[in-house]
Design a protein around this ligand. Structure first.
Ligand code: ASP
Length: 712
């Protein structure tokens, strides 16, 4: 325990002396470590204005939106703004050929017209708390497996204590690889309705071509509204629900941004790994990113062609396609950035310094030599197993939809077997609900083609021990095309009506022999015997070495920036509005305008086809109160350290007013999840004035502005 206390004290010291725009900081630690620097940079509020448990603070306006974005409340009637790409699945789910909201946008002209989204929820953070001592209580005396079990037990207890009444949700997450633990307590609202979304030709303007790029001209926003019961408490969708009254909503500033202005991003960055050793960087750059780019590249080719050929497929696959291309493009930028930064060499040089420091402090022989020996041994094995895991992930678990259907059906069959009868209660209804979601956007020919191009990659690229031998033989013997054709043709899963008929008849044993279910089972079994547990064990061992290493880093780096990796919890990044130099001889400005949107107009290219109405507003300069100079501001860049999950996060100015929505990072800085370069890492935000202009002038939904607090 003494060592832990020392580490935590050192963490505090380390952070307090930092000066850097790099970092995703913990809101409860702002007062101690960051607020002084933030105020020196221009911030006018106090740490308590940002996060406070007893009084309303900025944190009360921020939500986790859906499964992995951020959103913020902008009116006292629960109106919420997030990115278009965060609302995309919801917008898509309401779209049909007749009502193509993806292409044409959607605007509720009053509350009755808002659209409910059964699969969407938002979570407010009630409070967070350092629970390190509770989690590590009684773990000093035990080792290995038993230690982890004790930690898990303690965590369970901490969570149970705060969720007793069942109204709140809680989770405990490790920071610094388990050197610290924090408890997060949330309230979840499940009635969240779609209020407005611009057409994709604004909300997704530039598409994949411009994604991860600056200069950018995307109006990446959508609007939702949170509903609650009469007591303002969470309730499932009901016509009786009323607009949620937030503890806090964000005022919106029309003042705009100037270079050097202070900016702060408050949201939920998903995952970063800034402290990895050189061995891990090597695997990311030279194996994992290239593997996943290659596999996704094949999926993208198939989807793209089918989407171009059939407008209905285009709607059905829109969200899936964006999901696949987003990371595919990011990984390409990440490899480039890490190579440019000479990331492996940098880490190795740093590891040399670390060794020197440890020798001087007499801790090399006793502690850290073992850590580095472990890294060398473990990462070699990790590389081989994670390759298999990446292939299974991309090809099966995130591959053809039919595998997800097979997974659902298999789960149901397992229940039947276990209970030796048809499961009672809602099991069948629940199964059908899940299947309905999958069938809604299923196009069998596309799915089949995806499977056919992906299967050979498994056989060609993976060590054979990672494949079920019987399936491998079949693939080699029949050829993957023929095999896939046969399995799809014979499977009941390809025909929703037929499958439901079997399920409803109760004669589900028929499905035990279904070729797709069995195909799925062979891979699943192999994965859960030969890949998943092995990988989990290696990762656990690596993490335990990382825990020691990171504790050492903190000790060594006293006085320098040190922040925990992002882990999907609430963080603050701060920096300033600034352009950057992407390459020799080129300097990018900090902002873009409507002139750039018009200049990119290309009716031949779906991604750049500017809507006529927007062109007309531009021609007539009908800009209302949202203009700057003679045009409308569209996006800006700033030096806030952000990651996936920060999509939709508010960008706040020195007064804590909303000036933008974070939605992306620039190409040269996409490696910032692994290594940050202050010279070129920039977050891209939508200027809030563009959103308001679109709502008011383009969509004619200006009534929504009436409920916002707009500061001129
Ligand atoms: N555009 C990104 C995303 O969708 C946001 C980011 O990673 O900076 O995840």
């Amino acid at each position: 325990m003494k060592r832990l206390v020392t580490i935590v004290v050192l963490l505090i010291l380390a952070v307090s002396l930092s000066f850097s725009k790099e970092g995703m900081w913990v809101p409860t630690l702002l007062e101690k470590y960051n607020i002084e620097e933030m105020q020196q940079m221009g911030f006018k509020l106090s740490a308590k204005d940002v996060y406070d448990v007893n009084y309303s603070s900025l944190k009360d306006a921020i939500v986790i939106f859906g499964r992995g974005c951020t959103g913020e409340v902008i009116s006292d009637e629960g109106l919420l703004i997030t990115n278009h790409h965060c609302g995309y699945r919801a917008i898509q789910s309401h779209s049909t050929l007749e009502h193509d909201y993806l292409s044409n946008g959607f605007w509720a002209m009053n509350k009755e017209e808002e659209l409910p989204n059964p699969s969407l929820s938002v979570r407010f953070l009630e409070y967070m708390e350092d629970v390190t001592s509770k989690v590590l209580e009684g773990t000093e005396e035990v080792e290995g497996d038993k230690k982890q079990k004790k930690i898990d037990k303690n965590i369970k207890q901490v969570v149970e204590e705060v969720t007793i009444e069942g109204k709140l949700e809680a989770s405990v997450k490790p920071l610094f690889y388990g050197n610290q633990y924090f408890l997060y307590v949330y309230k979840r609202y499940t009635d969240v309705r779609l209020v407005g979304a611009p057409p994709s030709s604004i909300g997704k303007f530039g598409g994949d071509t411009d994604n991860w790029m600056w200069p950018r001209h995307t109006g990446d926003f959508s609007l939702f509204r949170i509903y609650a019961d009469k007591n303002n408490e969470p309730a499932p969708y009901s016509e009786d629900n009323v607009p949620f009254k937030p503890k806090k909503f964000l005022p919106i500033s029309l003042k705009g941004v100037q270079p050097e202005d202070f900016t702060m991003v408050f949201g939920y960055p998903g995952s970063t790994t800034e402290y990895l050793p050189s061995n891990a960087i090597d695997i990311i750059m030279n194996q994992r990113d290239p593997d996943r780019i290659k596999i996704r590249g094949r999926k993208i080719e198939v989807m793209k062609k089918d989407m171009e050929d059939d407008p209905l497929v285009k709607i059905k696959y829109a969200a899936k396609y964006s999901g696949v291309t987003n990371a595919w493009k990011k990984w390409q930028g990440e490899i480039k950035g890490l190579s440019r930064m000479k990331a492996i060499e940098k880490k190795k040089a740093f590891e040399g310094e670390f060794k020197q420091w440890a020798i001087e402090n007499n801790t090399w022989d006793s502690t850290y030599q073992q850590v580095f020996d472990d890294f060398n041994g473990l990462y070699a094995t990790y590389g081989r197993v994670v390759k298999a895991s990446d292939y299974y992930n991309e090809i099966f678990w995130r591959g053809p939809d039919i595998f997800q259907m097979a997974s659902q059906v298999n789960g149901y069959l397992k229940k039947v077997k276990k209970e030796n009868k048809l499961p009672a209660g809602n099991s069948l209804e629940d199964l059908k609900k899940e299947l309905d979601k999958l069938y809604k956007d299923f196009n069998r020919p596309t799915d089949e083609k995806i499977m056919a191009v992906l299967l050979p990659m498994l056989v060609n690229d993976l060590e054979h021990k990672f494949l079920p031998s019987s399936t491998k033989e079949k693939i080699v013997k029949l050829g993957s095309q023929k095999l896939v054709e046969k399995v799809y043709r014979k499977s009941a899963l390809c025909n929703k009506d037929k499958l439901y008929e079997i399920l409803e008849s109760g004669k589900v044993q028929k499905l035990e022999k279904d070729p797709m279910v069995n195909f799925y089972r062979e891979f699943r079994t192999h994965y859960y015997i030969y890949i998943d547990p092995v990988l989990a064990l290696i990762e656990e061992t690596i993490n335990s070495s990382m825990k020691t290493y990171v504790a050492g880093l903190v000790e060594m780096k006293k006085g320098q920036p040190f922040y925990p990796d992002a882990n999907g919890t609430l963080r603050i990044s701060y920096g300033k509005v600034e352009g950057y130099q992407p390459k020799d001889g080129v300097r990018y400005k900090h902002k873009t305008t409507l002139e750039g949107v018009i200049a990119k107009d290309d009716p031949e290219d779906y991604y750049f086809d500017v809507p006529e109405k927007l062109k007309k507003l531009h021609q007539e300069k009908d800009y209302g109160i949202y203009s700057e100079g003679n045009t409308i501001p569209v996006c800006f860049v700033a030096s806030n350290h952000t990651s996936g999950g920060n999509s939709g996060s508010p960008v706040l100015n020195a007064d804590g007013h909303l000036i933008g929505l974070n939605f992306d990072r620039c190409w040269e800085g996409t490696m910032s999840d692994v290594m940050y370069d202050p010279e070129v890492c920039r977050n891209i935000s939508l200027d809030i004035r563009y959103a308001l202009f679109i709502i008011d002038k383009f969509a004619g939904a200006g009534y929504l502005l009436g409920e916002m607090k707009v500061i001129k």
